[in-house]
Design a protein around this ligand. Structure first.
Ligand code: GRF
Length: 204
């Protein structure tokens, strides 16, 4: 299956999927896309022979809708069948989510539905939770709210800090995401078409 990975920064999940895909024929990473020309992870796909498309600055588009349509144009040009959001720090809106519904997944550093949004490790510590982790979910227009595909858990110990928790969760992410991508590419996993979010959104 033709896969694109979207990222904005460090790119460690991007790297984990690319590395994993090298031995898995069903995963064909055809391009990576970033909104950040100075993203730490930007040189990695190049070294793996995968093109990286740097999106134009959002301020050069007349609207977010127009800017977002550039992403869909790029992905369509590469005949992408599965979009993987791996630390892509832009909230995608209705048009993108509807177009790619059932073909777009995201990795999030918490056990959703707990802690959607940012600062998840800090929030898990402050809440006194004993378990934390990461989630891969289908992307819908509700931020971090799409149907959960798979999760990995870590224990929170009294001595844990934001940094130690982030490190443990990230290690889980690097295991979880490639496995989910593979399952989708091999047809073992598909979007539930009876999910409420698959109903076309009508604006009034
Ligand atoms: C990860 O924690 C991911 O769950 C979240 O953003 C972070 C990206 O990290 N969505 P990296 O760029 O893959 O290293």
């Amino acid at each position: 299956m033709r896969v694109a990975i979207l990222f904005s920064g460090r790119g460690s999940n991007l790297k984990s999927v690319i590395e994993y895909s090298k031995n898995i024929d069903s995963i064909n990473i055809v391009c990576t896309v970033t909104d950040n020309p100075t993203a730490e992870g930007i040189s990695y796909p190049f070294s793996a022979g995968i093109p990286t498309i740097i999106l134009p600055d959002r301020k050069t588009s007349s609207s977010f809708k127009e800017w977002e349509s550039i992403i869909t144009s790029v992905l369509s040009k590469y005949d992408v069948e599965l979009v993987v959001l791996a630390g892509f720090m832009i909230v995608l809106h209705d048009d993108f989510c509807s177009h790619w519904m059932g073909r777009c997944i995201n990795i999030h550093p918490s056990l959703l539905p707990r802690f959607p949004g940012l600062n998840t490790h800090q929030r898990a510590l402050e809440s006194g939770d004993s378990l934390h982790g990461c989630t891969v979910h289908w992307v819908t227009r509700e931020v971090d709210g799409g149907e959960i595909i798979s999760q990995a858990m870590v224990e929170i110990f009294p001595q844990d800090t934001i940094a130690s928790l982030a490190e443990k969760v990230l290690a889980c992410e690097h295991q979880l995401l490639p496995g989910v991508v593979r399952a989708i590419c091999e047809g073992d996993l598909a979007f539930e078409t009876n999910h409420q979010d698959s109903i076309p959104h009508i604006q009034v």
